[in-house]
Design a protein around this ligand. Structure first.
Ligand SMILES: [Zn+2]
Length: 230
């Protein structure tokens, strides 16, 4: 018997969720130029994102879609549940990064989400034993529990001091600082880090220009270079 080669696009049943997935989920509650932008504005967007990250099966997502099918209150309830756990996880990540106690309501929300986790079990594999999981509850609860898991693991066995919030006030991305010195301040040096540098540079230039203006005003504002005739 020949087994087909694994499909690289299929993340399989044992879809692992890591801290990057968790932070990506938290950063879907985004800020652009200082304004909030939700990257998961509808239940459908959220389900598609969960399927893409392998925290919900396509069948699970379709089951939810069938259950709520254009029933607005149900859709709104499920979306609110996803947003609520996401905000609670953001609050806890902020608390870790800012070395303070998190808000008690947020902890309750995450703890409730964690209780809805899938059941891990051992299953036979052609070449030995592998780990699989059984979904016991609602697919959304399950997805949220799986996304909360890496944060718990980081707290218990990782480097919570490396959980950081981007220093740009117009960004606020949550990221993991994997740098050797653990002194990273920006989610991304190419964007936020550079924007901050460029802003400092512009401020210095403005200050220099204002200084020049004052000197020129003192000198009577004479024109140093005459424009050539057009
Ligand atoms: Zn940033």
């Amino acid at each position: 018997m020949k087994t087909p080669p694994p499909d690289p696009n299929d993340r399989g049943h044992a879809h692992d969720v890591d801290l990057d997935d968790t932070f990506d989920f938290l950063n879907t509650d985004d800020t652009e130029n200082g304004f909030p932008v939700d990257k998961l504005p509808t239940l459908d967007d959220a389900l598609a994102w969960f399927v893409d990250r392998g925290v919900i099966h396509v069948e699970g997502a379709n089951r939810v879609r069938d259950q709520v099918s254009s029933h607005d209150p149900l859709m709104a309830r499920d979306l609110a549940r996803i947003h609520k756990v996401r905000s609670a996880m953001r609050e806890v990540a902020h608390a870790i990064a800012e070395h303070r106690a998190p808000d008690a309501g947020s902890l309750d929300t995450i703890n409730r989400a964690l209780h809805a986790r899938q059941v891990i079990e051992l299953v036979p594999a052609p070449d030995g034993v592998s780990v699989d999981h059984r979904h016991v509850g609602d697919p959304i609860d399950d997805a949220l529990a799986r996304l909360a898991d890496p944060l718990v693991t980081e707290l218990t066995a990782g480097h919570p001091e490396r959980v950081k919030i981007c220093a740009s006030d117009t960004c606020e991305w949550i990221f993991y600082d994997g740098s050797r010195t653990s002194r990273r301040r920006w989610c991304d040096m190419a964007t936020c880090g550079n924007r901050a540098k460029a802003a400092r540079h512009r401020a210095r230039e403005r200050a220099a220009v204002q200084g020049d203006d004052m000197i020129q005003a003192d000198a009577g504002g004479g024109s140093a270079s005459a424009a050539p005739p057009a």
